[in-house]
Design a protein around this ligand. Structure first.
Ligand code: SF4
Length: 333
């Protein structure tokens, strides 16, 4: 059976349910994802925002099951087109990774092998993505050239024969985007795809990703510190803090009226389009994932977090409107 044979609900291309992930070091266990549930519909563009270390990258890596060796999914479910990725065969998982879901990683240098040319990288991905289509090497090279043109790489024939170290950071990131597009026929996972690039290149690359996603009719999960671009490029946003989803809303509602105190602080202190969220000033210390606080995970830093209920009781999901939820006692019944 192939994944394409499966009938599924178009509103649920990807569903993550009650996911818990831990990282283990020699001495400690870090609770990095705690009861995470998200959903992505066919053609939908989702944003995930939150400070560095909130668990956003771990969530994307969990979906593709490419967590580091010390990371473990301890419970939960991940469905892609109704296939449970945590229980399916290795063959189905590989089919999804190679032909349906592409991921743009944060660091293009780490994603490219310095001893292989760009052609080697692209042909490797394209071979797997087209393994049943019986396409010969010259056709694959033409597809690779088209991908480079799509990502606005000048002189693609020359770049194809270059090594990663011969290219600028912006060009390497475009190569990584081209590789992700080769396997992303349905869903693109973009994890802070402009980290380490200068501000003007960041805006160009994100604009390019937005256009390519639109042109190819892809669904997307975009993690970015650029709030203005999340606002422009996504339809719905999840806000993460301390390995938890703390708010979910359609993008325009979230930006017009953030409900959770953490989201309000984020928007208040990071108003500029490309302002890094890491510069957000919050009172208190960053979270210790070995020992998360009781009650609301945000209470030690929340301006309203001094009540007993905030300190002792974890907030449940509150559906404030049909299409938006928040996890905060202020909105509880
Ligand atoms: Fe702040 Fe309490 Fe709401 Fe948590 S539950 S965000 S501590 S008000």
């Amino acid at each position: 059976m192939q994944v394409s044979d499966l009938v599924f609900d178009a509103n649920r291309l990807l569903t993550v349910k009650n996911l818990y992930v831990k990282y283990k070091s020699y001495w400690y266990i870090y609770h990095v994802l705690n009861d995470i549930s998200i959903n992505v519909g066919l053609g939908e563009k989702i944003g995930i925002i939150g400070e560095s270390g909130a668990g956003k990258t771990t969530l994307l890596k969990s979906i593709l099951q490419v967590l580091p060796i010390n990371g473990k999914i301890t419970s939960g479910e991940i469905f892609y087109r109704d296939v449970n990725l945590l229980k399916c065969s290795k063959q189905i998982l590989l089919e999804i990774r190679r032909k349906r879901v592409g991921m743009i990683f944060q660091d293009p240098l780490a994603a490219l092998n310095p001893v292989f040319t760009i052609k080697d990288h692209l042909l490797e991905v394209l071979r797997y993505a087209n393994e049943t289509a019986n396409i010969d090497k010259s056709d694959l090279i033409n597809i690779a050239l088209d991908l480079l043109r799509d990502t606005l790489i000048p002189d693609p024939e020359r770049i194809l024969n270059s090594y990663p170290f011969q290219l600028s950071g912006g060009m390497r990131q475009r190569i990584v985007i081209a590789m992700a597009l080769a396997s992303a026929r349905e869903l693109l996972l973009a994890d802070e795809p402009t980290t380490n690039l200068d501000v003007t290149i960041q805006a160009q690359i994100l604009k390019l990703i937005g256009e390519l996603v639109e042109k190819r009719g892809l669904s997307m999960i975009l993690i970015s510190h650029a709030l203005g671009l999340i606002r422009k490029m996504t339809e719905r946003v999840y806000v993460m803090y301390g390995g938890n989803i703390i708010e979910e809303a359609p993008t325009f509602k979230l930006f017009n009226e953030p409900l959770h105190p953490y989201t309000q602080l984020l928007f208040k202190t990071a108003p500029k389009i490309l302002e890094p969220l890491s510069s957000v000033e919050l009172r208190g210390n960053p979270l210790d994932y070995r020992n998360l606080p009781n009650g609301c995970v945000f209470h030690p830093r929340c301006p309203y977090g001094d009540s007993e209920v905030c300190r002792k009781v974890k907030p449940h999901q509150v559906k404030v409107e049909k299409d938006r939820t928040v996890y905060c006692h202020i909105y509880g019944s």
